[in-house]
Write a protein that binds this ligand. Structure first.
Ligand code: ARG
Length: 263
């Protein structure tokens, strides 16, 4: 009886020890900076942003950002695991060390660079205005007193605030760019300010939605980068190394259809 008990105790101890190891492995998403080769880097995204990231019919996160990061990972021999966490969490989870990389069509901005580090740019983008097909709006300036729908804390939101002031009641901020577009189509806003490639992709995927595009040179060029925790130089260097390689070997251009860095 006593013997059985101690065998049982040994088994329980073994199970607990194994479980503890397992937990440790799962947590390896947070960067230890120890250079552990088996480390899987956790990637946070907001996957309503086709063609950069969206959820396919099987529930997988797919898109240009996924392909780019995988190509980089293959070049430098690291592993990545994607999570669809939501736009705010793309940023907050990096700071909490729940993720290591933000890959979400993220524009490199001076403001964000105060809190995060970014790789070199991998894509050139620009904001544009989407309006209902029968709208007469033809420029950014005309939106000064109009209702603008945006994705919250995205560069389109920043542009709207620059135009109307930080506290404007005419800016409606939603969790995703498709939601902002839908709200406008429902008649709750006059226009959307969003990322060009994504709005065009939305129109292609939703030909029934009666949208029209207004481009305006008042919007500046933007560049997407991969984002890491401030000071995570080890990971940033790896990502930049891989990115440089896929710029040189043509892979990045193959994925995005653009070689803006050579232009
Ligand atoms: N490029 C814009 C920004 O950085 C919008 C990005 C939104 N990305 C997304 N996956 N929803 O603010």
């Amino acid at each position: 009886m006593k013997q059985k008990f101690s065998v049982l105790l040994m088994i329980i101890t073994a199970v607990l020890v194994l479980a503890a190891c397992g937990t440790k492995d799962n947590n390896s998403g947070s960067d230890s900076g120890s250079g552990d080769d088996n480390k899987v880097y956790m990637v946070g995204t907001e996957a309503t942003f086709a063609p950069f990231e969206s959820i396919d019919a099987d529930g997988n996160i797919v898109g240009i950002d996924v392909d780019i990061l995988q190509a980089i990972a293959d070049e430098v021999g690291i592993q990545v695991q994607w999570r669809n966490v939501g736009w705010d969490a793309v940023f907050s989870m990096i700071n909490n060390k729940e993720t290591d990389i933000g890959a979400s069509g993220i524009t490199i901005t001076e403001d964000r660079q105060k809190t995060f580090d970014f790789t070199e740019p991998y894509y050139e983008s620009k904001l544009l205005i989407a309006v209902p097909v029968d709208s007469t709006i033809s420029s950014l300036a005309e939106l000064e007193n109009k209702k603008i729908a945006v994705q919250i804390n995205a560069t389109g939101h920043v542009a709207a605030k620059k135009l109307q002031g930080e506290t404007s009641k005419n800016i409606l901020a939603f969790d995703s760019q498709p939601l902002a577009i839908q709200e406008m189509l429902n008649g709750n806003a006059d226009a959307v300010i969003g990322d060009n490639a994504v709005v065009y992709e939305y129109m292609k995927a939703n030909p029934d939605k009666k949208l029209k595009i207004v481009e305006d040179d008042a919007f500046e060029r933007e560049y997407y980068g991969l984002m890491v925790r401030k000071g995570n130089k080890e990971l940033l260097d790896k990502l930049n190394e891989g990115l440089q390689k896929i710029k040189e070997n043509g892979k990045l251009e193959e994925i995005t259809g653009s070689a803006f860095w050579n232009e």
